[in-house]
Design a binder for this molecule. Structure first.
Ligand code: SF4
Length: 371
């Protein structure tokens, strides 16, 4: 199969569903790691079409959702400093901090701007030499290479008015941490295809060996996801645990080595706090000392302090796969995309937003959507 339509083919999807139904004999819990996969699953009604024995839970693969409140608060502190232009991906602006959010700060006069790439922030720094431009660097292995390139460009251009507030996190250590949580229910993973295009397959081989958990690298179309679920179910039924790649059209064994090289030049691995998951060893990236001049945290002496979360939001449970959005008492009542209480409703990749958009309104039956 070469073309996108083939991965949305209703006949193929129905055949895969039949094979899943014929294969499954025992209860299983499968986590799709990426928020993009969650949206595709819920949008296409896949969760409703699967046999009852299969439970899909939704993982921490949404960068906006896993950025802790302490980091959001640090971002808001910096955004209010004199002479700062604070730049960010748009999704981060509505995430509640402990008192307010970046969008509200902008309405009150802070110079907060949306960029689509950190390279836009570099251009801004070059065109505004008398202002300091901060880029809020969030995201996984997929966005870290662009931040690395921006920092390298800043050094090439000898910019003294650009820095990055780095909050990048790494997915395989989080997958490992989830499996070690008390009460873990996850028996198999659909790994995040986009992350795997960068990382390649090797980090997942280690995870499989250590925890004996099936890991299926999957894409984002219905046929990708159903093929991934089928592979996970087949392994769980036979007691196998290996990495399978049903997204081979995008993911090679070695991943994107150019992107990996850029990240390794600029960053080193560090422990990192995740919203809902706590501190996970070796799960984040920080700038190497030779790039300290571009580190917002050092420039403004930001110490990462734990911030108490006053919200009733249970997004931590959602991100750990312990609960699903409709189990939150605020879902669809006090918490909606227009008036979100938590990051998983704010983000376009958040699980709560997916359920609200595709289940909350019940426009079509699940079967109508993919068959
Ligand atoms: S529905 Fe809202 S309050 Fe509940 S977990 Fe999701 S984001 Fe948090």
């Amino acid at each position: 199969m070469k073309y996108l339509d083939e991965f949305r083919d209703p006949a193929l999807a129905a055949a895969l569903l039949d094979r899943i139904r014929a294969t499954v004999t025992r209860p299983s819990v499968i986590m799709e790691v990426c928020g993009g996969q969650t949206h595709a699953i819920v949008r296409n009604g896949i969760d409703q079409l699967l046999p009852d024995k299969i439970t899909l839970v939704h993982g921490p693969g949404c960068p906006v959702c896993v950025t802790p409140m302490s980091t959001i608060d640090a971002a808001m502190h910096v955004a209010q400093l004199p002479n700062v232009i604070f730049t960010s991906y748009g999704d981060m602006l509505r995430v509640p901090g402990s008192t307010t959010d970046l969008l509200s700060l902008r309405a009150e006069g802070a110079d907060v701007r949306i960029v689509s790439s950190p390279l836009d922030a570099i251009s801004l720094a070059r065109s505004c030499p008398n202002r300091h431009v901060v880029f809020f660097a969030v995201g996984f292995e997929t966005t870290a290479p662009a931040t690395a390139m921006a920092v390298l460009q800043a050094r090439t251009h000898r910019l003294t008015n650009f820095s990055a507030l780095v909050a990048h996190v790494l997915i395989p250590p989080a997958m490992s941490a989830l499996l070690q949580l008390p009460g873990n229910r996850v028996q198999a993973y659909l790994a995040a295809g986009h992350v795997c295009t960068v990382t390649g397959i090797e980090p997942y081989d280690r995870l499989c060996r250590e925890f004996r958990v099936p890991v299926v690298i999957s894409g984002f179309e219905p046929v990708d996801l159903l093929a991934g679920i089928l592979s996970a179910v087949e392994q769980l039924e036979t007691g196998e645990s290996r990495v399978t790649n049903v997204y081979a059209r995008a993911v090679g064994a070695a991943g994107n080595t150019h992107a990996q090289d850029a990240v390794t030049r600029v960053f080193e691995v560090a422990d990192r706090e995740w919203r809902g998951l706590g501190s996970i060893p070796a799960s984040g990236l920080r700038l190497r000392s030779e790039f300290a001049a571009f580190d917002t945290a050092l420039r403004y002496d930001l110490s990462p302090e734990e911030t108490a979360d006053p919200s009733p939001c249970i997004s931590g449970d959602i991100l750990r796969g312990v609960k699903r959005p409709f189990e939150c008492p605020a879902f669809g009542t006090r918490c909606t995309p227009e008036s979100p209480l938590g990051a998983t409703m704010v983000s376009s990749e958040g699980a709560c937003a997916a359920y609200y958009l595709y289940h909350g309104r019940g426009r079509h039956s699940a079967r109508e959507r993919i068959t």
